[in-house]
Write a protein that binds this ligand. Structure first.
Ligand code: 4AD
Ligand code: MG
Length: 462
């Protein structure tokens, strides 16, 4: 008999017909006359209740139907008398695919802490919370591709292994096949990377932006969506060593076009999740964050505040608020500063622009004041920075000068500089940290809980 997914079973038209469902047992309870099994197959947060009449099945046979075991059940779909469910299945036949030992299966009872569940990340997708988070994540990934495709952007795949450091921050994971116990050396004692796999030093990428710019200055508008890697030793609820980033890059866009796109994009994604993952978001709201849905609606319905870094610093300095990290013009903002602006001062998402050039990457368009660059960071409630981007420096001479000032090795940059040498155009782009978006939409508070298998300093299990 053909299987029906549990997400499709709560359909009044199916009541009265024979159905077949397959899934994992969440709970079994009951008495000598009747047993109830809650079955979940991952297609929805909802379980289907299976009713086993002990006149048709013997109790011994049902003892193997333990929490975590996998089943195939056939029977009649009927309207349910029970509270909180519209229908249930009166079992007629069942088969156990795989038992789950009741003494060792770790997900016996409800209410495990999120910390405990991180230690069993291989099984946590079977919990309500992680089922919901992972479905929301998938819906958001779909929204991202849909948004850019509807706008005529092309999906560009940029390399994960690279010989350049896109952000100039230097926190990269090296990729090598050299024998670490006997490294080849040059005459002056340095490691001889010419003997390495790529004939030069290579790393995992921190951003696809530079190659994205090559795409945008040919195809007009592109976006990337892929993993990026950062070897910073930041143990915070907002940093991962491996995270997914969406990086659109557009020719002929200035900073204002860039801000408009970023705002429209985030609002589209949040709206799409509310419309297409409602049950899961409602579940997460009820469990973790009663204000979640209001906050999502609020972001969709309000225009983001736009102001310069200099104005932002002034507000922070005049706030009288005691911050852990000092505030002064030139300081890199930390998440307490960003959240103060968003949550306390404006009570709206904020786009901060025109940062000091010293705290931003080399490729950003230089302003005439010689002090600031056309950067834009989108700051969100509960999250802080969710997007970082800029208009790009389009002038060959200015870009070259900045690269020299910062001592970035020119031999790695020749191909990037060529975009400014041949048919340069004004262009802009930004990067959205996918997990930060998922954090925001799910209301979770630790980034380790919105990616299936988090990589953080000291942790690469699973
Ligand atoms: O601000 P970032 O470093 O910007 C770039 O990488 C640019 N190349 C983007 C561009 O203009 N195309 O990173 C962009 C976003 C941040 O705003 C944040 O949301 C996220 O990526 N992000 C991280 N997310 C999780 N873990 C980390 N360690 C992250 N670092 C940045
Ligand atoms: Mg940034």
């Amino acid at each position: 008999m053909k299987r029906t997914k549990i997400c499709d079973i709560f359909n009044p038209a199916l009541v009265g017909s024979q159905v077949c469902v397959k899934g994992w047992v969440r709970t079994r309870r009951g008495n000598k006359h009747v047993q109830f099994v809650a079955l979940n197959d991952g297609s929805t947060i909802k379980n289907i209740q299976i009713v086993f009449d002990l006149e048709k099945f013997n109790e011994e046979e049902l003892k193997a139907v333990t929490t975590g075991s996998s089943l195939c059940v056939e029977g009649l779909l009927v309207e349910s008398m029970g509270k909180g469910q519209t229908c249930e299945i009166q079992a007629e036949r069942f088969e156990i695919y795989g038992a789950a030992d009741a003494t060792t299966y770790p997900l016996q009872k409800k209410g495990h802490t999120l910390e405990f569940l991180r230690d069993i990340a291989h099984l946590r997708p079977r919990t309500n919370t992680f089922g919901a988070v992972l479905r929301v994540r998938s819906v958001l990934a779909y929204a991202i591709h849909k948004f850019f495709n509807e706008k005529g952007f092309f999906y560009l795949n940029t390399p994960l292994i690279t010989a350049s450091d896109a952000e100039g921050a230097g926190a990269m994971f090296q990729v090598t096949t050299l024998p670490l116990d006997k490294l080849p050396k040059t005459e002056d004692g340095a490691v001889d990377y010419s003997k390495d796999f790529f004939g030069k030093k290579a790393s995992l990428t921190v951003s696809g932006q530079l190659e994205g710019e090559l795409g945008a200055t040919a195809l007009g508008a592109i976006y990337t969506f892929g993993p990026t890697f950062r070897a910073e030793n930041s143990n915070t609820p907002r940093h991962l060593s491996e995270f997914w980033m969406i990086e659109p890059e557009m020719a002929f866009y200035d900073i204002t076009d860039n801000m408009d796109l970023a705002e429209e994009f985030i609002k589209y994604c949040v709206r799409f999740a509310l419309d297409n993952a409602r049950d899961d978001i409602e579940f997460l709201a009820s469990m973790y964050d009663k204000e979640l849905i209001d906050r999502l609606e609020f972001v969709i319905n309000n225009k983001f505040v736009r102001l310069t870094y200099t104005e932002g610093i002034k507000i922070l300095e005049e706030s009288g608020h005691k911050f852990e990290f000092p505030v002064y013009w030139g300081a890199d903002l930390s998440s307490e500063h960003e959240r103060y602006l968003v949550e306390e001062h404006f009570k709206k998402p904020v786009i901060l622009t025109d940062y000091p050039k010293e705290i931003k990457a080399f490729y950003m368009k230089q302003n005439d004041d010689d002090k600031t660059v056309r950067a834009m960071d989108v700051l969100f409630p509960k999250i802080g920075e969710i997007i970082g981007g800029s208009e790009r420096e389009a002038s060959y001479d200015k870009l070259l000068k900045r690269i020299e000032e910062l001592g970035i090795p020119m031999k790695d940059m020749w191909w990037y500089l060529d975009t400014r040498k041949y048919g340069t155009v004004p262009h802009s782009g930004f990067g959205l940290g996918f997990e930060r978006l998922v954090l925001f939409v799910t209301g979770m508070t630790n980034i380790r809980d919105v990616i299936p298998f988090p990589r953080t300093p000291g942790n690469a299990e699973f």
